[in-house]
Ligand binder design. Structure first.
Ligand code: BGC
Ligand code: ZN
Length: 373
């Protein structure tokens, strides 16, 4: 079967590989699931792996099949799989267990191990291939009515985890009821975070660099949230004028904005950081002011990466709620389809230079595409 791979360590090495079709028998507890891949989304992580900024092949291979935002249909299950059957639409989680106590209880996303295993990212092949096999434990069923947008579930889980963790932390406050939320960044994750907050009835301001109106600001406004360009007003200035936020979700990929967000948090507020920033930027910040306000305001800041099965399940529910509440809003995020694995160059061009791209994705196999018709 065909797959899209990189040679970790070699910049711009994305290429097509031919490899054997996997079998359910590869999972030796009888819990194997063979999934025919329908769609795979790509994001900044794939771009950075192709830039050789990080990423490692599975032991014994010199290439890494990329793609961690997978969506597919079950083709075959092992004898001990009872919760999934051929024909089910599914999405697989990304991280696989290591050895820490958090891994042992199914929360691989909270591992304290130095090495982490992520399909399509680190030490495990990903989903940009015609098929994959995995243990049923890592495969989550999606309602049939979400098949058009199921490829957005993995990015949605990043939001689900981050904000759910924030709520867990805020149980310290006994009566926390967030009313005003801010989202920093209006890419796929920022838009999905805006959706999360709007589904819970909050007043939401989403900050982006680009002046409105453009597709992303239109999508923010369609949800009844407000779009503000940081070219017009900075986060600290906005908060000084309109008041601080109860919760802020940061997803820009630009670390200096974090210190602005810290200054836009209200008393008892929580700031969630989700950007994976591989650089080594150094900046000046008003350290005394930020520290003082954090201390006097009992504020919290939390980092979040990846997501375990629980968040895939809650994410699918939120996506179903979004379809009921906002119609085809989610499908408007799927701006740039690329047909077929063989068009991997086009996929990566969209990632690097694509103007107006929210989500670029690959409709994997020709016959798989008919699943959407
Ligand atoms: C993925 C996460 C992953 C993270 C770090 C993100 O792009 O969506 O699942 O944990 O990168 O590798
Ligand atoms: Zn990702």
């Amino acid at each position: 079967m065909k797959a899209i791979a990189v040679k970790p360590g070699t910049p711009n090495s994305v290429h097509l590989v031919d490899m054997p079709k996997p079998t359910v028998g590869e999972i030796d507890n009888g819990r194997g699931v063979l999934v025919k891949v329908l769609r795979v989304g790509v994001d900044g992580t794939d771009k950075e792996i192709n830039n050789a900024e990080y990423g490692a092949p599975p032991p014994g291979d010199d290439f890494l099949v990329i793609g961690h935002e997978g969506f597919g249909i079950v083709e075959e299950v092992g004898p001990n799989v009872h919760e999934l059957k051929p024909g089910d639409y599914v999405v697989a989680t990304v991280r696989r267990p290591g050895h820490s106590i958090y891994d042992l209880i199914g929360t691989n996303d909270m591992t304290t191990d130095d090495t982490y295993y992520e399909r399509g990212i680190n030490l495990r092949h990903g989903f940009l291939s015609e098929y994959y096999v995995d243990d049923a434990e890592f495969i989550v069923k999606i309602p049939r009515g979400l098949k058009e947008v199921g490829v957005l579930l993995e990015p949605m889980t990043v939001v689900q985890k981050g904000i759910t963790q924030a709520y867990e932390i805020q149980r310290r406050l006994k009566v926390w009821k967030p009313k005003r939320a801010a989202v920093v960044g209006a890419g796929t994750i920022g838009l999905l975070a805006t959706l999360f907050f709007k589904l819970r009835g909050m007043e939401v301001v989403t900050f982006g660099r680009t002046p409105r109106p453009y597709t992303n600001s239109d999508l923010v406004e369609e949800l009844g949230a407000q779009y503000v360009s940081t070219a017009d007003v900075s986060l600290p200035d906005h908060a000084a004028e309109k008041g601080g936020f109860d919760i802020i979700f940061e997803a820009t990929g630009f670390s200096p904005i974090v210190f602005d967000a810290m200054q836009a948090l209200g008393k008892n507020g929580v700031l969630v950081l989700s950007s994976v920033t591989g650089g080594d930027r150094i900046i000046d910040v008003p350290a005394d002011k930020i520290n003082l306000e954090f201390v006097l305001g009992n504020k919290v800041m939390v980092g979040t990466v990846n997501a375990n099965r629980e968040y895939f399940e809650s994410g699918a529910k939120d996506m179903a709620a979004a379809v009921l509440e906002y119609g085809d809003w989610l499908s408007k995020l799927l701006t740039h389809p690329v047909k077929g694995l063989e068009n991997y160059k086009e996929l990566f061009e969209l990632l690097t230079t694509g103007k107006g791209v929210i989500k670029a994705y690959c409709d994997v196999a020709a016959d798989a595409r008919s699943a959407f018709e």
